[in-house]
Design a protein around this ligand. Structure first.
Ligand code: M6P
Ligand code: ZN
Length: 186
């Protein structure tokens, strides 16, 4: 028997994942309609502006029970009006599934919303580790001036429910006020 080399590497300063099976995806402003509050500011921006990208590893098919997915999300610095760039955000389609987030670089906020619409906002800084409970929507926000990156590990049968947030909205937004991030009820 011989030692084998690892198939995947994660650069813990940036979150970049290296390996043959890395799936890359991008979300531009055009992919995020309905996400940002200031539609006039949005209309003045280039629709192809990159908001975030993901590098993910899917070792099993989606919906496989008891498998794990792994990935990094990189959110660009930027705002639409006063509102910082952020992810679409989702509940899990199998809503009882948890997820782990851990920050590599930059500064951000993890917004959490339970099924009753009650919200929390946790600061994310390098090394911060966030165990997202079941039945809890999650969205991440880049509140800094550089790329904000964080890792994620979630069950392969969790799925994404974007529809509930599209219908009900997220109960809190993160905006810049006097040069600082501030929370406002939505
Ligand atoms: C993390 C994980 C992924 C998610 C991604 C972007 O990497 O939670 O499942 O897809 O963030 O978030 P969203 O899907 O809400 O745009
Ligand atoms: Zn999730």
């Amino acid at each position: 028997m011989e030692f084998s080399d690892p198939e995947l590497f994660t650069d813990f300063t940036s979150g970049e994942i290296r390996g043959s099976a890395v799936d890359r995806a991008e979300r531009t402003l055009a992919d995020l309609s309905g996400v940002f509050a200031d539609t006039a500011a949005l209309a003045a921006m280039a629709p192809r502006t990159l908001v975030y990208r993901t590098e993910c590893v899917f070792p099993v098919a989606a919906d496989t029970p008891a498998g794990l997915f792994w990935g990094t999300t990189f959110i660009e610095p930027g705002k639409v009006g006063a509102e910082y760039f952020m992810t679409k955000g989702h509940f899990h389609a199998r809503a009882d599934r948890m997820e782990a987030y851990f920050t590599f670089a930059g500064t951000g906020v993890l917004l959490l919303m339970d099924r009753a619409g009650s919200c929390r906002a946790e600061r994310m800084v390098a090394g911060s580790t966030h165990l997202i409970p079941a039945y809890t929507a999650h969205r991440t926000v880049n509140t800094g001036a550089s790329v904000f990156s964080f890792g994620a590990c979630w069950p392969s049968d969790a799925g994404h429910d974007y529809g509930s947030i599209a219908e009900r909205g997220f109960g809190v937004r993160v905006v810049e006020r006097d040069g600082e991030p501030a929370l406002v009820s939505a």
